[in-house]
Design a protein around this ligand. Sequence first.
Ligand code: FEO
Ligand code: CA
Ligand code: CA
Ligand code: CA
Length: 650
Amino acid sequence: MSKFFEPYAGTPNPSANPELDAIARERARRVAPQDPQRRALLAAGTAATVACVAALPACAATHAGAGPLLGFAGIAASGEDAVRVPRGYEARVLVAWGDPIGDVRGSPPFRWDASNSAAEQELQSGTHHDGMWFFPLPIGSNSSAHGLLVINHEYPDNTLLFADGVDDWTLAKVRKSQASVGCSVQEVRLVDGRWALVRPSRYARRIHANTPMRIAGPAAGHPKMRTAASPDGRAALGTFNNCANGWTPWGTYLSCEENFSFHFRMPPSASAMEERYEISPRVRFSFRWGEADARFDVAKSRNEPNHFGWVVEIDPYAPDSVPVKRTALGRFSHEGATVAECADGRVAVYSGDDRAFEYIYKFVSERAWNKADRAANRDLLDHGTLYVARFDADGSGEWIALVHGRNGLGAATGFDSQGAVARYARAAADRAGATKMDRPEWIARHPATGDLYCTLTNNTARGAKGREGATAVNPRAPNRHGHIVRWSEHEGDCAATRFRWEIFVVAGDPMHAEPQQRGNIRGDLFASPDGLMIDARGLVWVQTDVSPSVLSKGDHAIYGNNQMLAVDPATREVRRFMTGPRGCELTGACMTPDGRTMFVNVQHPGEADDGDVDPDNPRKLSNWPDFRPDGRPRSGTVAIRRNDGGVVGS
Ligand code: FEO
Ligand code: CA
Ligand code: CA
Ligand code: CA
């Protein structure tokens, strides 16, 4: 048992580590000498400043006049089929699956019996809303009343998508399923205190599983990237399983491909490298695309899975631009891609690989980003160094470079080039001796302290027979409730190869009957942290993804529906801010630059314990957000504002 875990066990609501809390408080107070604007603001006692990665749109926020860091009354856990927010706040649905997004080619209305065609779905909001970001309009402005909302649509729910169900499975159904995932770019405007989509909009576009894309970086053109549709290995079709996200200081969106393997019909046998990516006859084939579309049948399209598991860069301001897969950032179940600016202007991109016993990665660009010339950053993410994290038991850590020719990464070990290292990043990280984590989900950076936070959602397999047991940074075996780790890069520079880490919060009830399952939460209880966003004031927003199979029934009842909470990074006090409808997960929180609107996604309302909506009675668990007798649960985006127009959370 690690030194980080011992103090929590058996003590209700203990201080996690008073010494480190004091350091965190001090750090938050400390003023970066190179940032006179922040120094002036802090010296004036203003708790509101922003040191986002850039002077670019969504980052250049100043929440002047904000109140206390945690300024709202926490709400109760909920089992209702509703969105709940604190007194004094209002949450309104902005857009849900099937709503037309305002594409200039047409706006077909949603049909309640789900009889919209694939072509219509390509003009409508996708499903399973996940990561999201607000890009102000016009570009370069700080507007908090007009912008582009870019949303990931993670995966399809075939049981909801078709009027006549899934028994008669056809290519037309596969095409609609493929059209329901990917990303949406939507133009939004605040009018009289209410957000609405601008329809039609020249920016509005759907990116889906058949959208032409470019492959760039070290894996581009490699023989293992060549397919029937991409003979030179430099083009790809589509993106899916777009989970969390990132955004660059030059105003592009990073969409991350997570559980891509479930879309493929598995081959009868697989190589060790393929197995490492769940391309394996032992893996469940969930979404049935490969039954009608040979591209998703691995026996027929051996290299097609190599086109997925990447980060896709999308320019929301250029509606005709071709999305690009940035292979230098590595291939794995990319949860997100959090960008930070290094001391010398290079950028780092942090990513968790959301699988039990997988790793945390960082990419550092070779060049500094160009603030004066946006176009000069076009290929910035194609050149740089990919690292993987090792968390040592003494609270130190190291970023290990995954570079061809170093650390045993050569032809003899299956890596013929840097392209192979990127494509098989998991196997490269195995060789590097990286630390196996409890399902790393989102990573967020504190704007003032520069600390990085990562949610580790849970890992019920830790300590199971033949699997690794508890370690310093993953102190519970099994880990049913999850935890959040945070680290400081050496000298606060995200290009550093050394860091110091600590466990920020251990989720779960501090009074849990089993000492091993006790958390150290001070305040409102949560489990399975997933979504993570740190706002411009430094408040840490945590979204949960408790899946009933991970917790006992009794434990699950404590938390109710999935929820979003805010945590003070210095005191670690937790307050519940939002609860979602039944069967959902809350995802993708983001704010306008003024902090007065928060957008949050409600993903898969109505999803039952087995992971699907009941096909015979889709309204059984949830009928959110429409509650129509002929309706069906729809993933969607809500806009949350304070009734008095104040900064959300303050
Ligand atoms: Fe798509 Fe790891 O959540
Ligand atoms: Ca997630
Ligand atoms: Ca999750
Ligand atoms: Ca989930």
